[in-house]
Design a protein around this ligand. Structure first.
Ligand code: DX5
Ligand code: ZN
Length: 217
C-alpha cells in the first residue's frame, strides 16, 4: 500500500496555476490531479486541453488526469498528447466493460497509464474483471462535478473490497479516492486501503497547505 497525495487543481487559483502546481510539489505531493469536465457528463466545465498542455512539463509529479466526460475515447487521446501520465475515465461513460477494455488498451499502446472511476451509486462489483487491466481505480466519494462536497462513507466499503481483490491477486493497481478528503476522512480511507488521496478544497486556498498535506498522509 502507498501513501500518496494528489492535490486537485480544481480548487487552485486559476490565474496562478504554475505557482500553485510548484507549491504542492515543493511540499512533497507525488501526483497533481487535473479535473476535466465537459458540461455533459457533469454540468460544469473546467480546464481546456491547451491549459493542461502548457503545464504538464513544469514539474515532475505524475500528471493525473481525471476525465469526467461523456466521450472518454476521444478526449483521452487529446490528453495523452497534452502530456498526461495517467488518464482516469468513468465506467458510467462507456457502454460496456469491453468498451472500457478497449480504451485501457488504447492508452497503454500510447504509453499512458489507465485508470477507471466509479461514481457513488455504481457498485464496485462492476470492476471485478477490469481491476486486472487498469493501473488505478478511482473511487468517487462525492458526486463528480464540483469541489467542496461532503465525503460519502459508502466509499469505504468499496475501497476495502478493492484492496482485498488487489492483494489477493497481487495486482499492480492503485486505489485512489476523490471527494471530501480532509484530516478526518483521510484516516478512514487510508485504513480502508487507499493508496492515493485527492484533495482540493481542503488544501488550496489555505495558508497552511503544507501542514494540511501532512495531516492527510
Ligand atoms: C470532483 C473532482 C474532485 C474535486 C475534489 O468532481 O473530481 O477532484 O477537486 O474536491 P474536494 O477535495 O474539494 O472534495
Ligand atoms: Zn477528480
Amino acid at each position: 500500500m502507498k501513501n500518496y497525495i494528489a492535490p486537485s487543481l480544481l480548487s487552485a487559483d486559476k490565474n496562478n496555476l504554475e505557482a500553485e502546481i510548484k507549491k504542492v510539489e515543493s511540499f512533497g505531493a507525488e501526483y497533481i490531479h487535473w479535473d476535466i469536465m465537459d458540461g455533459v457528463f457533469v454540468p460544469n466545465t473546467t480546464f481546456n486541453v491547451e491549459t493542461v498542455k502548457g503545464l504538464t512539463k513544469c514539474h515532475k509529479m505524475v500528471n493525473d488526469v481525471h476525465i469526467m466526460v461523456a466521450n472518454p475515447k476521444k478526449v483521452a487521446l487529446e490528453y495523452v498528447d497534452a502530456g498526461a501520465d495517467l488518464i482516469t475515465f468513468h465506467y458510467e461513460a462507456v457502454e460496456c466493460p469491453i468498451c472500457a477494455g478497449k480504451i485501457i488498451n488504447m492508452l497503454h499502446e500510447k504509453g499512458c497509464k489507465a485508470g477507471i472511476s466509479i461514481k457513488p451509486n455504481t457498485k464496485v462489483k462492476v470492476l471485478k474483471e477490469l481491476v486486472e487491466k487498469v493501473d488505478l481505480v478511482l473511487v468517487m466519494s462525492v458526486e463528480p462535478g464540483k469541489g467542496g462536497q461532503k465525503f460519502m462513507p459508502s466509499a469505504l466499503k468499496k475501497i476495502k473490497t478493492l484492496r482485498k481483490w488487489i492483494d489477493k491477486k497481487h495486482l499492480d493497481c492503485l486505489i485512489e479516492v476523490d471527494g471530501g478528503i480532509n484530516a478526518e476522512t483521510s484516516k478512514l480511507c487510508r485504513k480502508a486501503g487507499a493508496d492515493i488521496l485527492v484533495a482540493g478544497s481542503y488544501l488550496y486556498g489555505h495558508d497552511d497547505i503544507k501542514e494540511r498535506m501532512e495531516s492527510i498522509r
